[in-house]
Design a protein around this ligand. Structure first.
Ligand code: NCD
Ligand code: ZN
Ligand code: ZN
Length: 344
């Protein structure tokens, strides 16, 4: 029997939703993770310090008894974001980062940014006060093929914004391409990236060959194998600029198994098991702790967690096919291969 003990992980990109869904999914995260960057794409979105305070209170109220979990709140950047409100929320410790969604890029992003010039004053203020910007990095130009949207975003939006705003710390969320990984590698430590579980273990063939698998549909969409390989290389490299953001994004099963499937994979329950398996296969188990537990805190300037978790290798792990929530069942991500590591 093989065991490894690592610092307790954090999730640097997580969707918890609200109400009955929040209640249903939160225990799946608090079981393994100590902290998470909470995505603000509710309907309506979390745009002000007051919204973030109220949402944080609802999350805290939903934490299961005995669990120790700290939600790290974000504000949803709009063209009307008030730099003073943001600065006050950041200074008080309420808000850890600001999230940029190009309008229409993904689930609940209608209030996102259309004209990047309009948010320039906010971005400049963020650079000044050291508040990181988390970015959903895809262009929404209908003429750009969905598989190219991340690469085009880097050239058309991200690089110009970063050049225009020196000192702005940026996290490229859920990178899905070699282009994303390379862009991070070729820049300084002001730029980091989160990587999801599904983008490390799947490519677009897994989603599309032999039938369409809606539970593998997420945004940014799975890319071809060479991109997955580049992400795996980045995640297992030990480079501190890459860290885990599961992007666990619950949708009720009926919304996934539908004529127009919602985007998102629900990986909170088994993310760490799948990652241990994947790092082991890559011969990089010794790099797992950095990716899940050390690099994220370093980027965000936060202490690492004091306690630990132990992963044990044994017979294939099983998990429920779905969890029940007050909003209906949510299907748990199935990587499609046996996973041998369990968290104890
Ligand atoms: C996310 C969601 O459902 O909120 N979906 C997804 O496919 N990743 C939105 C996002 O992170 O872009
Ligand atoms: Zn996103
Ligand atoms: Zn997300």
């Amino acid at each position: 029997m093989q065991q490894i003990t690592i610092r307790r992980p954090d999730d640097w990109h997580l969707h918890l939703r609200d109400g009955a869904m929040l209640q249903g999914v939160l225990p799946e995260t608090t079981r393994h993770f100590a902290r998470a960057i909470i995505m603000p794409n509710l309907v309506p979105p979390v745009v002000t310090g007051a919204d973030a305070a109220a949402y944080r209170d609802r999350i805290l109220a939903a934490i299961p008894d005995g669990a120790d979990f700290t939600p790290l709140m974000t504000l949803y950047l709009t063209e009307d974001t008030d730099p003073d409100d943001l600065a006050a929320a950041h200074a008080s410790g309420l808000v850890t980062a600001v999230k940029l969604y190009p309008a229409g890029a993904t689930t609940n992003s209608a209030s996102g940014v259309r004209d990047f010039d309009k948010v320039r004053p906010v971005l400049e203020r963020m650079a000044e006060i050291g508040c990181p910007l988390c970015v959903h990095g895809e262009v929404t130009d209908p003429d750009i093929d969905i598989f190219d949207r991340e690469a085009v975003f880097i050239d058309r939006v991200l690089d110009p914004v970063r050049r225009a705003t020196p000192g702005l710390r940026v996290v490229m969320e859920h990178i899905t391409t070699r282009d994303g990984a390379d862009y991070v590698a070729s820049n300084d430590t002001d730029l980091g990236a989160t990587i999801t579980v599904q983008h490390l273990v799947l490519d677009r063939n897994d989603m599309l060959v032999g039938g369409m698998r809606p539970h593998y549909y997420c945004l940014p969409i799975l890319k071809r194998r060479e991109h997955r390989d580049a992400l795996l290389k980045a995640a297992t490299s030990g480079d501190p600029r890459y860290f885990l953001g599961t992007d666990s994004a619950p949708h009720p099963t009926h919304a996934k198994e539908s004529e127009c499937c919602s985007a998102g994979c629900f990986t909170a329950p088994n993310a760490l098991s799948i990652l241990a398996d994947t790092f082991e296969k890559a011969g990089a188990l010794d790099k797992l702790e950095g990716f899940t537990s050390l690099h994220g805190p370093a980027f965000y300037g936060l202490p690492v967690n004091e306690d630990t978790i132990t992963l044990t290798r044994g017979a294939p792990v099983t998990w429920p096919a779905r969890i029940e929530t007050g909003d209906g069942p949510v299907t748990v991500f199935d990587p499609g291969f046996p996973v041998h590591w369990s968290v104890t």
